[in-house]
Design a protein around this ligand. Structure first.
Ligand code: NAP
Length: 305
């Protein structure tokens, strides 16, 4: 309070000391950045071939941090993608990725995993695979991985050709084989699946066993027919119908895959042999219908009555 007749020594001026905008030291901002950090996963790719690189590109685009290891040396490719490559599996494991995703060929997965220094990984790593067969890696993971690892089996039902531009509406089959009860583990698994969801994949939760049953009659047969037509070396014609063009498309989508991959679809899916027999039986039946009719006609010509 001012006294009458006395002038105040200081005139107090109003100064703005706080504003309403979020500041880096606010609790909300700190919480938000913790959440953002948590959503950024460190994903370790084992097997940096065709498919491993294809997935990595999207993971990086989505802002995740990726590291990779492989039998061959992919340091240059990795550098171009802006990720770290470790030819030594020990060095890879010591980076302690949150998630490890196995992208090796079906045939080499067991030997790769048996010689992998799993004990150097984080105690509760989430282990995934993208093999085109599912019961086999599920069984292998349960058998070889430490009990405290989470297991998520995936099969992106598309590849570098069909998913080149977009993953919209392309099916992603997944089976949460073993995910620990605590919130962090669930959140990590969800965050990983959300990458595929955000890319527009059709998310299909299905047991590995059911996947193999269905894949034998769809994927394996598709690959077999594609390989047969590829072996026939079908050439374009000047009067190609739409149907013929789709057959040539089928060859393009399957014949370029390694024979190793195709053999893996056969060898490591116990339903494949039965489907191959069904295909053989169907071919024999169709062929015999043609020849039976032909024989009937010829006999009619030979015998008058
Ligand atoms: P692939 O020929 O099935 O696998 C190539 C990968 O396997 C490379 O990383 C290669 O490593 C590794 N590899 C092969 N033999 C090995 C061995 N003896 N020891 C250690 N590593 C070995 O071709 P891919 O297309 O990249 O497929 C990878 C996985 O993705 C497969 O399990 C496949 O079923 C699955 N998948 C593929 C597609 C697709 O469209 N291609 C779609 C869905 C799922 P190096 O290159 O270092 O030798």
């Amino acid at each position: 309070m001012e006294c009458a007749g006395r002038r105040p020594k200081h005139r107090w001026r109003l100064k703005v000391r706080a504003i309403d905008a979020a500041q880096p030291f606010d609790d909300e901002t700190k919480l938000l950045s913790t959440l953002e950090r948590r959503k950024t996963l460190t994903i370790g790719v084992i097997g940096f071939g065709n498919f491993g690189q294809f997935l990595t590109k999207r993971f990086v685009q989505r802002g995740h941090s990726v590291i990779a290891t492989s039998r061959g040396d992919y340091s240059q490719v990795a550098m171009k993608m802006g990720i770290k490559f470790f030819q030594d599996a020990d060095d890879f494991c010591e980076e302690h990725p949150d998630i490890v995703i196995v992208c090796t060929s079906i045939l080499s997965t067991e030997s790769t995993l048996r010689s992998f220094p799993l004990q150097r990984l984080k105690r509760n790593t989430l282990f995934c695979d993208v093999l085109s067969v599912k019961q086999f890696p599920k069984q292998l993971f349960i058998q070889l991985l430490p009990d405290n690892f989470d297991i998520l089996c995936l099969h992106p039902m598309f590849g570098p050709d069909s998913g080149k531009d977009s993953w919209r509406e392309l099916p992603l089959v997944f089976d949460k084989v073993r995910v620990g009860n605590d919130a962090h583990r669930n959140e990590r698994c969800t965050s990983f699946l959300e990458i595929f969801e955000a890319e527009g994949c059709r998310m299909v939760e299905m047991s590995c066993e059911e996947h193999d049953r269905q894949a034998a009659s769809s994927q394996f047969i598709t690959h077999t027919v594609g390989r047969m037509l590829g072996t026939m070396e079908l050439a374009e014609t000047t009067i190609s119908t739409k149907g013929f063009e789709s057959l040539r498309c089928l060859v393009d989508n399957t014949y370029n895959d390694s024979f190793e991959l195709y053999y893996g679809l056969f060898m490591y899916n116990k339903n494949a042999t039965a489907e191959l027999s069904r295909l053989e039986f169907a071919f024999a039946k169709v062929k015999s219908e043609l020849f039976d009719r032909l024989h009937e006609r010829i006999r009619d010509d030979i015998f008058d009555e």
